[in-house]
Design a protein around this ligand. Structure first.
Ligand code: PRX
Length: 715
């Protein structure tokens, strides 16, 4: 394994020192890992990697930047397009403008003169080969071990066509209509997504942890007439009644003047009932019956490459969540290409992502990226530590998983799990024994996503889970980018730095700018921006293109602003340093502080609220809320509970603050702006907060507020 190190080629753009200085500030949970990562961490030899060495990466990367049109046009050849316009050498490929107002309606387009269908590319072209048709698309693993199901490409094709016909013929869904999907990780969810794509409808998946209010907001924003919901889902030992939540959401939407015409309910598992009215459900129709009565053949709708594929709501730093819109052709090409190269997916590998399709990771690396590569994968309904912390490793062993993709919060939780009970042969067990008892020899690539991974967790993933035999790919990207942007590739012998997103994927030109938008050269720290478009750049914010331009292009015209900070080291490698706006990352869930504050102030007793993030050992960040009560209201434990309940109702349980501190007042500048910097320091350090640490407090209207917050800390 170590033999590869000495033969590492060095490139002019990116060089790799064999010894990795870990000076990133990404260690959130402890100061210890810094010393642990001052040694080289070689990746293993993969049998036949797509990118065998760094020179190949550099050549491909440079071509993708200097001649993106020919680079992407060549990659696009491996997909099916309808009626190519001919004369391909002249056709527009990737057009963009990252300057606000310069393009009417859209800023980015990819192969805009072509037509395609992503569902055709994900399923139909595979089932044309009878052997591939019988290959497994999904190994479905239920919440309870033993509840399993296998879906082949042929069966997937059949279900998708039938469900597409249910949508089209029974529910009158037309091309361009939005269909809301509120479902857990059961195969009906990717089936429903693909069925929408097949007929040109736009899916809007809403994570099953969102509340009725949040679901209603998304239904209203997209004016969806159809909602698909699963009756209930088992999560560990709890049952969540999604249908009840959805009924409630539909009633809220109705009160705001929008009627959902149809609600389709898949039972758990596998039954469907269709109701002509959203509110009263007159009759159950079995899933099998509904699909059996549907025409089994549904020809695909060939849509323009720029036709919207889906809308996915994500938190912004201000206002309501925004509906990020991705377009068919570019998203298809980029999701598939990143999946292939970043996970080095080869035929017969089994891929396993623990992500939920309610987030972008599940869209790109459960539904689309894998199927577009004809991949076999595990679809897991449950949580990673149920019934024991060995569950993920049991799944890896059972299906001989080659690539595992999960979030740092999962890695930290499993690393910190209570050890199994001692036995005669193992009197001093540790949490690693949950892992060690399972065979993981099939694993080749370990992926991380969603939040910074601290080097300590990275090393556990690499050493314990991967037994130093797997490449660890820490993938940085966003809902808006549609696919991986910064990530190491599993290149044999590449020493990957623990906790470092390393280098750009093909077609991505990252840069760092200072507050004035000037590009910083060499080793530097600044705002992470991207200089050019890539095929799956978001196209717009649903029904609010102005918001797209304001959010991403206004502050630094000419660049795509990511909202993250980053540091570039002397080797040219990128280290993410966290969000530079008011977005928090709690257990990999992106949450806007403004969203939680709006939910808090809806409570009758709350006058004002400010939310900040504090470091948390497992979640990465936890929510810490400062709440000022209406005059005369007594702060009690009961009140805390009911304020938390208000957030659960408005957004969902995952957004409920860990801590609520009563604050007689909030620290504000004379212009009324809350000084969050002060709130963050006090939340983190409590009474140990050093005055000098708070920075300039001279602009505070009432400097006494600091003493008051310190004295009420922890009460
Ligand atoms: O702050 C970055 C963080 O997650 C944000 C994007 O969140 P979302 O749109 O929900 O997508 C998550 C899944 C792609 C980013 O702006 N983030 C994501 N991946 C990483 C990360 N931060 C550090 N390292 C990562 N690998």
């Amino acid at each position: 394994m170590l033999a590869f190190l000495s033969s590492l080629p060095l490139s002019s753009k990116l060089s790799h020192s064999a010894f990795t200085p870990c000076s990133s500030n990404r260690s959130m949970t402890s100061a210890k890992p810094r010393s642990a990562c001052t040694h080289p961490v070689p990746a293993v030899a993969l049998a036949s990697p797509y990118v065998p060495d760094l020179d190949t990466y550099t050549t491909l990367y440079e071509r993708s930047i200097t001649d993106p049109d020919s680079f992407w046009r060549d990659i696009a050849k491996s997909f099916v397009w309808k009626d190519n316009p001919g004369n391909e050498s002249n056709e527009p490929v990737l057009n963009y403008s990252f300057t606000p107002g310069s393009a009417p309606g859209v800023n980015v387009s990819f192969l805009p003169n072509r037509k395609t269908n992503i569902c055709y590319n994900a399923i139909d072209r595979w089932v044309e080969d009878p052997v591939k048709a019988d290959a497994v698309a999904f190994y479905c693993e239920g919440n309870d071990p033993g509840r399993t199901r296998v879906v082949t490409f042929h069966e997937l094709h059949d279900m998708v066509q039938r469900f597409a016909n249910v949508l089209k013929n029974q529910l009158n869904v037309k091309k361009g209509d939005v269909v809301v999907l509120y479902m857990p990780m059961v195969p009906e969810l990717p089936v429903a997504m693909l069925a929408c794509a097949r007929i040109g409808a736009i899916h809007s998946v809403v994570f099953g942890g969102y509340s009725a209010e949040a679901l209603a907001g998304r239904i209203l924003d997209s004016k969806a007439a159809v909602v698909v919901v699963t009756e209930s889902v088992a999560r560990a030992s709890k049952t969540v009644k999604l249908k009840e939540i959805s009924d409630h959401a539909i009633r809220i939407a109705a009160k705001s003047g929008h009627d959902v015409t149809y609600q389709i309910v898949t039972k758990t598992p596998g039954k469907l009932k269709v109701s002509p009215s959203a509110i009263e459900i007159p009759q159950d129709i079995e899933w099998d019956v509904a699909l059996a009565s549907a025409d089994p053949v549904c020809p695909v709708e060939w849509v323009d490459s720029e036709h919207p594929l889906f809308v996915l709501y994500t938190s912004g730093s201000t206002g309501k969540p925004k509906g990020v819109v991705h377009a068919t052709g570019g998203y298809m090409v980029y999701a598939a290409t990143t999946f292939k190269y970043v996970f080095d997916y080869h035929e017969n590998d089994v891929f396993f992502s623990t992500s939920d399709c309610g987030w972008i990771t599940g869209h790109s690396y459960v539904t689309y990226g894998p199927l577009l590569n004809g991949a076999t994968q595990v679809l897991y309904e449950g949580v990673p530590n149920y019934p024991t912390p060995a569950r993920l490793w049991e799944i890896v062993e059972k299906y001989k998983v080659a690539q595992l993709y999960t979030a740092p919060t999962v890695i930290r939780a499993l690393k910190g799990a209570k050890a199994p009970p001692p036995t005669e042969t193992n009197p001093n067990p540790s949490s690693a024994d949950w892992v060690n008892k399972c065979d993981r020899s099939s694993l080749r690539v370990l992926g991380s996503v969603g939040e910074p991974i601290n080097p300590e967790a990275w090393l556990w993933y690499y050493d314990v889970v991967g037994e130093q035999k797997c490449a660890v790919v820490d993938t940085w990207w966003q809902t808006e980018t549609g696919g991986h942007c910064l990530t190491p590739l599993p290149i044999p012998g590449l020493p990957i730095k623990p906790g470092c997103a390393m280098m750009p994927f093909f077609g991505i030109e990252p840069a760092l700018v200072n507050g004035e938008g000037q590009e910083l050269k060499g080793p530097a720290e600044g705002f992470l921006v991207i200089k050019n478009a890539w095929p799956s750049t978001l196209r717009t914010v649903y029904r609010n293109h102005k918001r797209m331009e304001e959010t991403y292009f206004e502050r630094f015209p000419g660049f795509y602003m990511t909202g993250d900070g980053a540091r570039r080291d002397a080797d040219g490698h990128y280290w993410l340093t966290g969000r530079v706006d008011d977005i928090l990352n709690v257990s990999g869930h992106r949450i806007g502080t403004a969203e939680v504050e709006s939910a808090l102030v809806l409570h009758d007793a709350v006058a004002e609220a400010a939310v900040v993030g504090v470091p948390h050992d497992v979640k990465g960040e936890a929510l810490y809320a400062y709440v000022s009560l209406m005059s005369g209201v007594e702060p009690t434990e009961e009140l805390r509970k009911s304020i938390r309940a208000c957030v659960r109702t408005e957004i969902g349980p995952f957004a409920s603050p860990d801590t609520i501190q009563w604050a007689g007042a909030l620290p504000k500048t004379r212009s009324g702006k809350i000084m969050r910097r002060i709130l963050r320091k006090i939340a983190k350090n409590g009474p140990k907060t050093q005055r000098d640490d708070l920075g300039d407090t001279s602009t505070l209207t009432d400097p006494g507020v600091i003493d008051m917050l310190l004295s009420t800390y922890g009460k």
